[in-house]
Design a binder for this molecule. Structure first.
Ligand code: SF4
Length: 338
């Protein structure tokens, strides 16, 4: 009687044939996204549906759809919100003009702007008051950049990467400061800053990093993963700046290729032809359930062996927007009667 052949364990497989996943940590939700999503959920619980949200609360389709099912209505502009209703501003922040528009529309507002974006807004206000020309490094059209520029439109010039530096014009080369969007590539931003310093040697830097801790930590982790991964998968939506940067960072640091996917359904098996080590991470607006689905998808195709790569610890938390501690419906009604 012959013995039933048992399945080889990972330890029996020669190292060169071993299929494994390097799972980056930290990944997924940052403190600002967590706070914004909880703010919408809590507003729905406290005031009942509908609650209006200006723009996607965070750049993730799954999160937006889940909140829609619970009764959130996403709008592009505050003017679309009926008088007296509640509107929540997204984690990316808004320009002061949007707050004024909400007041004119007699809306009650909950500001879920990430405190780290608010910090950049305050820097813009302060340097504008001191009459600096502010060179804001960021991506044209991104909501965060629109919000920050709106704090001091007369003073802010957008610099969209190193190739944009030659187009910059300032009033006084001795009085220039750079700020940045919070979700950029750390490496590319420093390239842009170096190029700007080449043109303006007295360029002032912000008092502390504008690229937030979450963006930096996720990039640090994916760099380490990319050193050993043949292929990197990043879970995130295409309009999520920090997610897109993770793919670019991985490829720049050793991964042969990489792709951004909203969910496991978007993975094309052909991408993994000849791949032994898959790196996996997710953007700051991605719930962990979507990463779990990708891990399941990979395990079903032989990538069962998962190693966590965690070069940095992360423990940041923000308190909820203060407006959630008030009776907003009563406030909106009194505005309407006033
Ligand atoms: S990515 Fe950074 S700036 Fe953006 S919400 Fe998260 S913590 Fe805040």
């Amino acid at each position: 009687m012959s013995a039933t052949p048992s399945r080889p364990s990972a330890a029996d497989v020669p190292d060169t044939d071993r299929r494994r996943v390097l799972l980056a940590a930290p990944r997924g939700y940052c403190a600002g996204v967590d706070r914004a999503v909880i703010a919408v959920e809590q507003a729905l619980e406290q005031y009942g549906a509908p609650v209006y949200v200006r723009h996607e609360i965070v750049h993730n389709k799954y999160v937006v759809k889940t909140l829609e099912k619970k009764g959130a209505i996403f709008v592009e502009e505050t003017s679309e919100v009926p008088e007296g209703e509640i509107v929540i501003f997204s984690a990316h922040g808004v320009a002061p003009e949007v707050h004024k528009e909400a007041e004119r529309g007699k809306l009650a507002t909950i500001d879920a702007t990430c405190p780290l974006v608010t910090k950049v807004h305050k820097e813009a206000v302060r340097y504008a008051k001191e009459d600096y020309d502010i060179l804001l490094i960021g991506h044209e059209g991104h909501e965060e950049v629109i919000g920050t520029s709106g704090e001091a439109p007369e003073h802010v010039t957008l610099v969209d990467g190193p190739s944009d530096v030659e187009n910059v014009e300032v009033r006084d080369p001795e009085k220039v400061v750079w700020l940045s969007q919070t979700t950029l590539s750390v490496d590319e931003t420093m390239e842009t800053v170096d190029a700007l310093k080449g043109r303006y040697p007295n360029l002032l830097s912000p008092p502390s990093d504008d690229i937030c801790y979450a963006t930096q930590n996720r990039q640090t982790a994916i760099k380490q993963v990319a050193e050993e991964a043949d292929f990197v998968l990043v879970v995130g939506s295409r309009n999520s700046s920090n997610s897109v940067r993770l793919v670019e960072t991985a490829i720049a640091h050793g991964a042969r290729d990489g792709r951004l996917v909203d969910s496991a359904e978007e993975i094309d098996e052909a991408w993994l032809d000849g791949v032994r080590t898959v790196g996996l991470s997710s953007g700051a607006s991605v719930p962990e359930v979507l990463v779990d689905e990708v891990l399941e998808w990979l395990a079903g195709r032989g990538w069962e062996d998962v190693e966590i790569v965690q070069p940095v610890e992360e423990r940041m938390q923000f308190s909820l927007p203060k407006e959630l501690r008030k009776d907003l419906r009563a406030e909106a009604k009194s505005r309407m009667s006033g």
